[in-house]
Design a protein around this ligand. Structure first.
Ligand code: NI
Length: 248
């Protein structure tokens, strides 16, 4: 079930049986020569929507621009400053809370978002603690899960891509988007085959160290078939975890 394809009476009805919602959250940033700019938002969205179709979980709109400052030397990347992202997440959460939602499960697709998402959770909880009815036990609880850490997914990715998984523009994440959008598959030879690794600082330095955008990966291994396996495992993992969280 998807919020943006539902009517308000349907959401009002959903709230009589569940107070939990899943929000995919990601980034719009370069993903190397054959990876889609939307990769980090598309991966959690593809997994979440399928989980929503299979289980009736309510899936909200994708929060699809995040912390991508270090990718800004590559065209197409869009970034939010941390304070903007925290403010926007707070407004999303308070809007949902206003309607009666008490559990928000944020399925994340971008490692660079983690610190800011956790800071946003603190902001959300502070709003309750210091609100007019001040309490240290907010009725609204948030949880963050990175899709690649869902039960069964990490091991499967290692098994599918024992060499060249790397840490940015990975064959696993590119496979998930190729499964979701086969019409967007791009065939590009990688040179070098496996990208360099190293530290991340600012945008210009990033492009000097990682000229085609990849870090440690060989995403030319990506296939829609591998993506389907990863999505199937992730959907199973997220449904089980969401149900537990919704009942907590
Ligand atoms: Ni990514």
């Amino acid at each position: 079930m998807q919020l943006h394809l539902s009517s308000w009476p349907e959401i009002e009805d959903y709230l009589t049986s569940s107070k939990a919602i899943l929000i995919p959250i990601g980034s719009t940033e370069q993903h190397g020569p054959n990876g889609l700019l939307g990769t980090d938002a598309l991966c959690p969205e593809i997994i979440a929507r399928r989980a929503g179709d299979e289980s009736g979980i309510l899936v909200g709109p994708t929060f699809n621009v995040g912390q991508a400052q270090h990718h800004m030397a590559f065209p197409g990347t869009i970034t939010l400053r941390p304070s903007t992202m925290i403010a926007a997440m707070l407004d999303w959460a308070q809007s949902l809370s206003r309607h009666g939602f008490e559990r928000i499960y944020w399925l994340n697709g971008h490692g660079g978002n983690i610190a800011t998402i956790n800071a946003a959770f603190s902001e959300i909880y502070h709003g309750v603690t210091f609100g007019p009815e001040g309490s240290n036990r907010p009725p609204l609880r948030c949880v963050l899960r990175n899709w690649w850490e869902l039960a069964g997914v990490t091991d499967l990715c290692k098994q599918l891509f024992p060499v060249g998984e790397g840490s940015h523009a990975t064959p696993s994440e590119v496979s998930v988007t190729y499964f979701g959008y086969p019409e967007a598959i791009k065939h590009v030879a990688m040179a070098p085959k496996i990208a360099p690794t190293g530290p991340i600082y600012d945008a210009e330095d990033y492009r000097r160290r990682f000229p085609d955008g990849r870090i440690g990966s060989d995403p030319s291994q990506a296939t829609p078939e591998a993506g389907e396996k990863i999505v199937t495992a992730a959907v199973k993992g997220v449904i089980a975890e969401f149900r537990q969280f919704a009942a907590s």
